[in-house]
Write a protein that binds this ligand. Structure first.
Ligand code: GRF
Length: 203
């Protein structure tokens, strides 16, 4: 079975969705390692629940990226665990070319908007403020540019008249949990091929 790693900084609900699907046999991967840059992140508790090896790895002195040494350590730990795909699940730091080149076309991210609309932080708030009628989420391969890599799949949700940032984010997250499992499954089945800007999905 293919081995994947997950990086997360937050509550880890996407990690939980992947772990649950793998446990139920609906996702043919072994989650070999979960790493976080935040001590006490939810992902650590969830990993313990699913008996997935997990660790906090200090990110270094920067706020929005890993230090070069930290990034090497993340890559080393993932390689040591035999990881072939790195799934970012709410990991709040940019990854740089040395890391991305160590996992070519094999770093995935989930973003809470219909990219290329609303990259960056709190995209569901950006969507509400803008007044769009539909929001959603995107799974894409990661490139050095933020939230800009080749898109694998998207899911759409309506924006409802009385939505708050909280209710809209919850509706988006419910879709995220399904979409991320589907995309990692497509990868595990060898059905994704990056062709320049786009991703070809074979039957
Ligand atoms: C998700 O909304 C994801 O799209 C974004 O960060 C959030 C992580 O949530 N990249 P969780 O930690 O998986 O619950």
């Amino acid at each position: 079975m293919k081995r994947i790693g997950v990086l997360g900084s937050g509550k880890g609900s996407n990690f939980g969705a992947l772990a649950e699907a793998a446990r139920e046999g609906k996702l043919p991967v072994k989650i070999a390692l979960a790493l976080t840059d935040v001590p006490g992140a939810g992902i650590l508790d969830l990993a313990a629940k699913y008996r997935i090896p997990a660790d906090y790895v200090p990110p270094g002195a920067f706020r929005t990226k890993l230090s070069p040494e930290a990034e090497r350590e993340y890559a080393r730990r993932l390689k040591e665990a035999g990881v072939e795909l790195v799934a970012l699940a709410g990991f709040m730091r940019m990854l740089k070319p040395p890391f991305l080149e160590a996992f070519p076309d094999a770093v995935m991210n989930i973003h809470p908007s219909l990219l290329p609309a609303f990259p960056g932080l709190e995209s569901w708030k950006q969507a509400l403020d803008y007044g769009v009628r539909f929001a959603g989420c995107t799974v894409h391969f990661v490139t050095p540019e933020m939230d800009a890599g080749p898109i694998i799949a998207q899911a759409v949700v309506p924006v409802l008249p009385h939505d708050t940032p909280y209710t809209l984010h919850a509706r988006i997250q419910a879709q995220e949990h399904k979409l991320y499992v589907e995309c990692v499954k497509l990868w595990a089945e060898g059905r994704l091929r990056v062709e320049g800007r786009t991703v070809a999905v074979s039957a």
